[in-house]
Design a protein around this ligand. Structure first.
Ligand code: SF4
Length: 628
């Protein structure tokens, strides 16, 4: 609701609101107030021009034209809303169907939608009106059917745009059916633009229905709408032009109201007009103002519903992140590292259940507070950089617009100041010719440059934590290192903590202070980078490092590989999850799960037989026992 306040805070919003309230009043009250004047005929004053008694004159039966225009507001608007609803229902169903049917079905539906879109909506409406017949109900379905291809195409496009999001992938991996995914995961996430499209289309529906009535295919006498009044008025255009101007003006005003409302709604939903800063967020304890940790995670677990019950992609993860620290989370696909990041960012979908003894960010226990109350804190203090910058940047908006937005929303800067901040952000990630780049769209940039822009967008709001989920995987090898260096430099300059998620331990060890290794949803080792590289304690970490070439690796020497696969989130074992692949595994490993326990002052490991650990020095008691 807060976003809808734009309707009373901006001139276009106020204008839209006034027009909509006026139209709504006419829909409700006009037949009662002006119904008699609209119905009473008096042939003695037929076809008269405007006068004090009849501001728009009278029609052929002496009825007041203005009264009839006002009364016709109800039929015109109600039919338009119904036609839009019918078009939306048919179109969204078709669009969603093409997202859930197989490739062949999607192609057939897509081709059919394309063919229908090639025809103007009015032409389609006339075609369907001929099929459905004359009258109000038939015209509603005719116009609805003519709008359906537009709704279907938009639904298709929006569904495709989110089809590869992590939460959709997770639902697919869990074996969720296509209809379930479309209904539960896709449609709710594309409903806002669809509603926006519908709002704007009510204006088009008014026009199209009026067109049908004007052609004699729509509302039939004695019922009437603006289109029919326009038809009657045009027959008298040379004698009493006001008869036609009245309904024509009403159609124009209603169309403007709908389009204006749609535009304002679009601004509200995109947040473009929100220039007021959000409520100030308390500084994170442990930040430069003092305190301990920016992020505290204790026994984090995620449960997702599956066919046979629930699966657990994240089981027991605990770690801390200090302000300005760079922590790398490493593991194979299915280790739970990305899901851990999503849980921290409160982005696990509605279906998922996040549990933790403690999950606090910037001093706030995220699980103790309602998600909506955390939104401002997370939006202001946390930013995410995704794997594919092409998907992360909005293709419809200029780079400058996307950079300005976080500065306006999170820093409360006005448009001009936000533009200056945006340009500075672009320069900070070494993008030349900033003015030109700000005017470009994402498709005009290379992959590396897009990811730099994403880093700049992420840092523009001055977050305390930047989560980068495989930020270089989709990029050319030659630019991966540049991007990582930029990430580190930008983080240092903005004093931002970084959580870098990667399957590549070599990449993470280059830029992070500390590494958390994950396996099958568990954190299995947590250590400073140097200690971990020098003497990995967990057998899995040891294999990961051995499989990662460095400068000392001889060319042509095959790298060791790890046989087997990571146990899936549905697998439940009583012992160590790495045991099936571990060369050190014994009976205890297979029956008892090792906890993540301190190995020394800076390291923790979950293993009964940690490797590379120096044997403890002989104690005085040992020496005495040996001398006997
Ligand atoms: S607990 Fe046993 S099976 Fe698990 S990693 Fe350690 S040695 Fe290997």
């Amino acid at each position: 609701m807060a976003r809808l306040r734009i309707f009373v805070r901006t001139p276009p919003g106020v204008a839209a609101l006034v027009l909509l309230v006026g139209l709504l009043f006419l829909v409700v009250a006009a037949p009662t107030i002006w119904g008699a004047g609209a119905a009473n005929s008096n042939v003695a004053i037929s076809n008269q021009g405007p006068s004090g008694a009849h501001l728009l004159g009278t029609d052929a039966l002496g009825r007041d034209v203005l009264d009839r225009v006002l009364v016709a507001t109800r039929s015109s608007l109600v039919l338009a809303v119904l036609a839009t609803a019918v078009g939306g229902a048919i179109g969204v169903t078709l669009g969603a169907l093409s997202a859930v049917t197989g490739r062949v079905g999607a192609r057939v539906l897509g081709a059919a939608i394309n063919v229908l879109l090639a025809f103007p909506a009015l032409l389609l409406a006339i075609f369907f009106a001929v099929i459905f017949g004359l009258g109000s109900v038939a015209s509603v379905f005719a116009v609805g059917a003519s709008f359906a291809p537009g709704f279907a195409r938009l639904t298709q496009t929006l569904a495709a745009s989110i089809a590869e999001r992590d939460y959709i992938r997770a639902a697919r991996l869990l074996g969720r059916g296509r209809f379930h995914i479309a209904w539960r995961h896709m449609l709710p996430n594309v409903s806002e633009p669809l509603m926006l499209y519908g709002t704007i289309h009510v204006g088009t529906a008014i026009l199209t229905l009026a067109g049908l009535s004007f052609l004699g295919l729509g509302v039939q006498p004695p019922a009437y709408d603006w289109g029919q009044l326009l038809q009657v008025g045009l027959s008298q255009i040379y004698l009493t032009p006001a008869q036609a101007l009245g309904p024509a003006g009403a159609i124009v005003i209603a169309g403007i109201a709908c389009n204006l409302a749609g535009e304002v709604l679009a601004d509200a939903l995109s947040g473009r007009q929100r220039v007021r800063p959000l409520r100030p967020v308390p500084a994170a304890p442990g930040s430069r103002s003092g305190g301990t940790g920016l992020l505290e995670v204790r026994d984090l677990a995620i449960e997702l519903p599956a066919a046979g019950g629930v699966v657990r992609p994240v089981r027991e993860v605990s770690f801390d992140l200090q302000p300005e620290e760079r922590l790398g989370i490493v593991g194979e696909s299915g280790s739970g590292k990305s899901m851990t990041a999503l849980a921290i960012a409160q982005l696990v979908g509605d279906q998922g259940r996040v549990r933790a003894d403690r999950l606090s960010f910037a001093g706030r226990d995220l699980l103790a507070e309602p998600a909506k109350d955390n939104a401002a804190l997370l939006g202001r203090n946390m930013a995410m950089i995704f794997q594919d910058p092409g998907e992360a940047l909005n293709p419809a908006l200029k780079i400058g617009t996307q950079l300005r937005e976080p500065a306006q929303v999170h820093l409360g800067l006005d448009r001009r100041a936000a533009a200056v901040r945006a340009a500075a952000s672009l320069r900070s990630v070494a993008i030349p010719d900033v003015r030109r780049r700000m005017r470009q769209h994402q498709h005009e940039l290379s992959g590396g440059m897009k990811q730099r822009v994403c880093i700049a967008v992420g840092l523009t709001g001055e977050p305390k934590l930047l989560i980068a989920d495989e930020p270089t995987t989709a990029l050319d090898v030659s630019v991966q290192r540049q991007i990582l260096r930029l990430l580190v430099q930008a983080g240092e300059r903005e004093q931002t903590a970084v959580l870098l998620i990667s399957h590549d331990i070599a990449v993470v060890s280059e830029v992070c202070d500390r590494i958390l290794v994950m396996y099958a949803g568990y954190a299995v080792e947590d250590a400073p980078v140097e200690a971990l590289l020098r003497a990995p304690a967990h057998p899995y970490t040891e294999v990961l490092l051995a499989a990662s070439p460095d400068m000392a690796t001889e060319r042509g020497t095959p790298l060791p590989t790890l046989e087997g696969r990571v146990p899936g989130p549905e697998v439940e074992l009583s012992g160590c999850y790495f045991a099936p692949r571990c060369t050190y595994a014994d009976e205890r490993c297979r029956s008892e799960r090792p906890p993540l326990a301190p190995l020394d002052a800076t390291r923790r490991v979950a293993c009964w037989h940690p490797c590379n650990v120096p044997a403890p020095a002989a104690t005085r008691a040992d020496e005495i026992a040996a001398s006997r």
